[in-house]
Design a protein around this ligand. Structure first.
Ligand code: ADP
Length: 176
């Protein structure tokens, strides 16, 4: 796992500002925009994003779809739908892991060398942050270990507290 962890970066800030091949959006099943990071991405990308999203016919929980980045510095937006936390007995962990797997598949299929993820499901969808972070880091490192693309994965945290949680999780995985 060590080599894969070297391809992971943790940053704090607004994901809409990142100049990467793809940013991931924590969307809802309609793909027509919402609050949180989804609203920020739609505002920053412009109305054309919504027009493209309308043609995608929504997205299932745990799945992902890709669009252009429009006014964003990022070339693409990968829209994935995380699970709403309902106590952990409704397949939430598998669905959250699937968001990362499907997003990385789309990134690789579209030749994205760099991709940035927000902390999917940890806002309005109320997934416990420590458990969500373990799934995010564990799933991404397992997948990129087996592949050359994307070369770099950024976890873009909205605040320092979240970034520290990601740092601790990566450090724990390094120790094995
Ligand atoms: P969800 O509905 O999947 O929970 P949210 O957008 O409510 O999605 O929250 C997901 C995470 O994204 C939260 O940790 C939140 O703090 C963070 N977030 C919100 N806005 C941004 C942004 N502009 N850039 C990066 N992360 C953001």
């Amino acid at each position: 796992m060590g080599k894969a962890l070297d391809r992971i970066r943790i940053q704090t800030g607004d994901i809409t500002k990142l100049d990467v091949d793809a940013i991931v959006n924590a969307a809802n099943t309609s793909l027509l925009g919402g609050g949180g990071v989804d609203g920020a991405i739609h505002r920053a990308a412009g109305r054309e994003l919504e027009f493209e999203c309308r043609m995608l016919d929504g997205c299932n929980v745990g799945d992902a779809k890709i669009t252009k980045g429009y006014k964003l510095p990022a070339r693409h937006i990968i829209h994935t739908v995380g699970p709403v936390w309902q106590g952990g007995g409704r397949g939430e962990a598998e669905l959250l892991a699937s968001c990362y797997v499907r997003s990385l598949e789309l990134a690789a299929a579209n030749d994205c060398r760099s991709v940035a993820f927000p902390a999917i499901s940890t806002g309005v969808y109320r997934y416990p942050k420590d458990a969500a972070t373990e799934i995010a880091v564990g799933t991404v490192s397992m997948i990129i270990e087996q592949k050359t693309m994307p070369e770099t994965v950024i976890f873009c945290c909205f605040d320092e507290h979240m970034a520290e949680l990601y740092q601790r999780t990566v450090a724990a995985l390094r120790k094995g």
